[in-house]
Design a protein around this ligand. Sequence first.
Ligand code: GLU
Length: 490
Amino acid sequence: MDNDQEPIRVRFAPSPTGHLHVGGARTALYNWLLARKSGGIFILRIEDTDISRSTEDNIRQIMESMLWLGLDWDEGPDREGKHGPYRQMQRLEIYRRAADELLGSDKAYRCFCSKEEIAAEREEARRASRAYVYSGRCANLKPEESAACEADGRGFVIRLRAPSGGTTVVNDLIRGEVSFDNALIGDIILVRASGIPTYNFAVAVDDSQMGITHVIRGDDHLPNTPKQLMVLEAMVKPAPAYAHLPLILGPDRTPLSKRHGASSVEEFRVRGYIPEALCNYLALLGWSYDAETTIFTTGELVEKFSLGRVGATAAVFDNDKLLWMNGYHIRNLEPEKLSLRLEEYIATTRLSGLPGTGGRPGIEELIPLAQEKMKTLADFVELTDFFFLPPTYEDKALAKLRKDELAPEILIRAAGILSGIEPYDAETIEEALRRAADEMDIRLGKLLQPVRIAVSGKLVTPGMFETLAVLGKEKGIDRINAAIKMARND
Ligand code: GLU
């Protein structure tokens, strides 16, 4: 940050009408990265004016997902700063004052048109195939007319006296100059009859009052920006810089939605994704550092991120790439960190009978066996549950065991060999089983397959020698003995 510049102040402003989904998470991430990179301030503002759809539970979920991703805020609902409160429904007084000022300077007016009158105007526009713009019928009510309507008990909205001609130009940091025809915007509503501000009014008031320097948000808000600029101008307040992020599409090139599978951060967490991977992946949905680099730690993102390298074209969400990236980040986690992540994962997803409950073997003992093979934290459970639970034999595995004519003989021999092994460690087990395969004149893999199925019930497991060692002699031999019967089909 240059010393002579004002510190950057950015905000993430979710409407708590649902959980945090990947589009919102990317917006939050870009704002957070810019703040952290420049030593600026990141604000969380809850836009809860849609009272029928906003819930406390959604607010809690959004905050939890953000913290899980590591996107902490400097000012927000639970971190009141001098620009608070940070929930719009707690700011009604602020909007009321702002609206009164605009009324006082005649930059806004009270509109008493009834719902029916507005509906008729809309219908007329629809019939004439033109976009609906408010006629301005109440724009020139005399003060006494306005007072009479009010005395009559008629409800009113407050409208901005907006420019009727010319254009409003948004100078977008990503999209460049985008012009909007003022005639197509009209006198927008600032405050509804209920006293609750509209989205465009509340955002303009808040961005200005909170000293926001950069508004970074999804492309879907671009058409709102000229309206917010008009409000700012009427309030004689400077406008922040705007950066509208490209849309995120699903693989079929339609806007990403639930139809495309997991779309909330919470869903990805439950599926065993780790925040390092999700942040890395989300960062690349619209931004690139260069043509090659795909792997970034969050620290590297903070260092390298810039709005200048955010592209304007839509980004396609690729689940396979995210899964690959998750595996990559899992393999690169220090075992201690992976252990913490797994403990948290198992505890919060309430998987029963699995490690983390203080039993043996502990997570740390299993990590060396599973880390290389995992793409998600859920894979760890999949790869290691048989250490704790009696194996459930997959149909495919059982069929393989039964088809293998040598299986009973292999299992009988393996049980005998294992019972004589001392010390019972991976190396000694490997030596003994290799020798047995030589003696039987079969490949090692051929020998290990029925053993693997016997102890795990699965076709894919961590390395067999390590698995047998960690499982322990008694458990291993018991399971092999039980499988001999299954292999013989009796
Ligand atoms: N509350 C809006 C939303 O959730 C965002 C508004 C903004 O960033 O200006 O889409």
